[in-house]
Design a protein around this ligand. Structure first.
Ligand SMILES: Nc1nc2c(ncn2[C@@H]2O[C@H](COP(=O)(O)OP(=O)(O)OP(=O)(O)O)[C@@H](O)[C@H]2O)c(=O)[nH]1
Ligand SMILES: [Mg+2]
Ligand SMILES: [Zn+2]
Length: 346
């Protein structure tokens, strides 16, 4: 507690556990939960680095506490990492949305049905995690709905084998029967994790199964078919399974943020052994002769599913790369335009 007569309120440290846009919930190091706002300076800094949210759950901050017991965030500690995606918005306006900061493992959650597994989503998520060296895994939820459906069971076994083969842990779970919940709980212990995925796959339900006391809101049966329904509206960092885990709002499309097209192949883990063997160093692995990646696809060493994902992703990465380059040219001037100021090279 700060003495009201004290002219310089004491600085405290804490963890951002909930972000609602302008207000943040911060768990201080002495275990108190405070509502806090940030100083304007951060907003401006954040705009310059093109993030939609200057602070994310998982951020460690310094704050002072005012007379009304709300906090003023004065500083953000350097991040170890951050999981980001392209902020939803107009085409051309490419901005970063930070989902969570300082995270040890990122779980992409998909469901067997309602909605079905979206492999494009999974691969974009895995690429985003790879770009920041964040270990990632896959939760295939609503396993109870597979019961007796042989084709669907085979499909799940296929995805599980594919992603486990790449080194990503895959857990088949059910918030209804409890299948896989113990394995998931064990994976949360002693770490900061995040669950992210489309709306309705059961992210909040799964966390409720791990930690029944959480009482997170989930959509009611019957509501789940309503399109565009998002039950979780703000990212929240929760204590579950002996660790911290961020529950996040459903994402319709996991867009990639700021990736150079020539880097993309390196974020497909199974492409890595071949990248040095392509004839052209700037090979995009699509149409070039002497491409070792395409040869590996032909030799069944890279699956057509993952290669197809790569080709589809490359197109959108090229498109958004062009858009952000043009945005930079608009604000900083185009380097080769004599009428515009030339960017200084260090
Ligand atoms: N059959 C079955 N239904 C499930 C399971 N997990 C969740 N559900 C149902 O799926 C619906 C969506 O669950 P939520 O936990 O709200 O999904 P969410 O991923 O948190 O969705 P958002 O918060 O909108 O992103 C609810 O009706 C749940 O009861 C499961 O394992 N099996
Ligand atoms: Mg939810
Ligand atoms: Zn190649």
């Amino acid at each position: 507690m700060t003495d009201a007569a004290d002219p310089s309120p004491e600085t405290r440290h804490g963890l951002v556990i909930r972000s609602t846009g302008s207000w943040y919930d911060v768990r201080t190091d002495d275990g108190e939960d405070l509502r806090a706002r940030i100083r304007g300076r951060f907003r401006l800094d954040a705009l310059e680095i093109d993030e939609t949210n200057p602070l994310a759950v998982g951020d460690r901050v310094k704050l002072t506490v005012g007379d009304d017991e709300t906090g003023f965030i004065t500083d953000i500690e350097p991040r170890e990492n951050q999981l980001s995606r392209r902020a939803p918005g107009k085409r051309g306006a490419v901005r970063e949305h930070v989902i969570v900061a300082n995270v040890d493992r990122a779980w992409c959650v998909q469901s067997t049905f309602g909605p079905k597994v979206n492999p494009g989503f999974v691969d974009r998520f895995l690429v985003a995690a790879e770009t920041r060296h964040i270990p990632a895994g896959l939760l295939l939820n609503k396993a109870d709905l597979l019961d007796g459906n042989e084709r669907a069971e085979e499909a799940m076994a296929f995805w599980q084998e594919l992603y486990e083969g790449l080194g990503y842990p895959v857990i088949l779970t059910s918030a209804v029967t409890g299948r896989g919940v113990e394995t998931f709980r064990a994976a949360l212990a002693g770490a900061v994790s995040v669950v992210a995925g489309p709306s309705g796959v059961g992210k909040s339900s799964l966390l409720n199964s791990v930690e029944p006391g959480l009482g997170l809101r989930t959509s009611e049966i019957g509501e789940k078919t309503q399109k565009g329904r998002h039950t979780t509206t703000f990212a929240t960092l929760l204590e579950a399974g002996g660790g911290w885990v961020a529950d996040t709002p459903g994402i319709r499309e996991f867009g990639l943020w700021d990736l150079a097209p020539e880097e993309l192949g390196g974020y497909f883990v199974e492409f890595r052994p071949y990248l040095d063997d392509c004839r052209f160093p700037n090979c995009t692995h699509v149409h070039e002769p002497g491409c070792a990646v395409q040869a590996a696809v032909d030799a069944d060493e890279i699956t057509p599913e993952r290669y197809g994902s790569y080709v589809a992703m490359l197109e959108t990465v090229e498109e958004s790369h062009r858009a952000s380059q043009q945005a930079r040219w608009r604000t900083q001037g185009r380097p080769d335009d004599p009428d515009e100021p030339v960017e200084e090279i260090e």
